[in-house]
Design a protein around this ligand. Structure first.
Ligand code: PAF
Length: 278
């Protein structure tokens, strides 16, 4: 695996070695886990060149504290990438991607950003879109892979690509879970064994909602899930059913549309998100 810490060398390398090759790209913030690796594996199956980026993007964090406590495991990440046949790692410093004092661009993702994460993390998606736009322009991949654990992020990135006429195809891949159902996340590294046991109730409640979705009222399902989660020391930011394509919060079901249940919650101060397509 070749490692680049600046975009000019990476671009030069791709101009020579990337021609006529299908390029797959997996942008990450490091602290890699099986979820990321499933994206790398899919890319290596489909593409001739797989590029991963590791960059903890400051403009998408709401607080300095959250940014500082984000896990960093670069040596382990490099080993995992090599083991899984990643061809190139782009792992730059902030100055390679942002001018001094540069802030996130302002985008308009309409209904996709005016709910859920968009409300609880204002400016988060502007930060995500700013960095993904920069990265996609550097790598110019045929395919870019994202985990559907971040369903709203994946929808926003699909919209970004449409708005900016970027040629890369955005592929969302299923959430990978621990044995107890907890969605794999870099933030899980901040949880104790006991915290993880509590956190497993998030998925359990999502499954109960999925199983009872057609028979019960949405309000009753959400109320029941909230009670169970609170009883397991989980603090909820939101738990909502949304229409998958528009991300509009739904209370009435139209059998022709697809819905998802989305949650963001804290376990011992660690913010976790998850969702299930219903
Ligand atoms: O999902 C992530 O890890 C990040 O939001 C991303 C897409 C790498 C942008 O910084």
């Amino acid at each position: 695996m070749i490692i680049f810490d600046n975009q000019n060398d990476l671009k030069l390398h791709l101009e020579i070695n990337g021609v006529n090759k299908k390029i797959g790209f997996v942008p990450t913030m490091g602290a890699l886990h099986e979820g990321h690796i499933s994206l790398i594996i899919e890319s290596t199956k489909k593409c001739e060149l797989t590029i991963c980026s590791i960059f903890i993007n400051p403009t998408q964090f709401d607080s300095k504290e959250d940014l500082e406590k984000y896990p960093k495991t670069i040596e382990q990440d490099i080993l995992l990438l090599k083991k899984n046949n990643c061809d190139i790692l782009y792992s730059p410093n902030k100055s390679d991607l942002y001018k001094s004092g540069e802030k996130a661009k302002k985008y308009n993702f309409k209904s996709l950003e005016s709910v859920l994460e968009g409300i609880y993390r204002p400016n988060h998606f502007n930060g995500v879109a700013t960095i993904v736009d920069k990265l996609l322009n550097i790598v110019k991949a045929d395919y870019a892979y994202f985990g559907l654990k971040d369903l709203q992020q994946t929808m926003i990135i699909k919209e970004l690509v449409k708005l900016n006429k970027i040629k890369t195809r955005i592929i969302g891949l299923p959430t990978i879970r621990e044995i107890n159902g907890l969605a794999k996340s870099s933030r899980n590294k901040l949880l104790s064994v006991e915290n993880k046991e509590n956190a497993s109730h998030i998925y359990k409640q999502l499954l109960i909602i999925k199983e009872n979705f057609k028979q019960n009222s949405i309000d009753a399902l959400l109320k029941n899930a909230k009670e169970k989660l609170i009883n397991n020391n989980i603090t909820i930011d939101y738990i909502e059913i949304i229409e998958t394509n528009t991300f509009k919060i739904s209370r009435n079901i139209n059998s022709k549309k697809e819905y998802a249940i989305c949650i963001a919650a804290y376990v011992n101060g660690v913010r976790l998100i998850d969702n299930l397509i219903l």
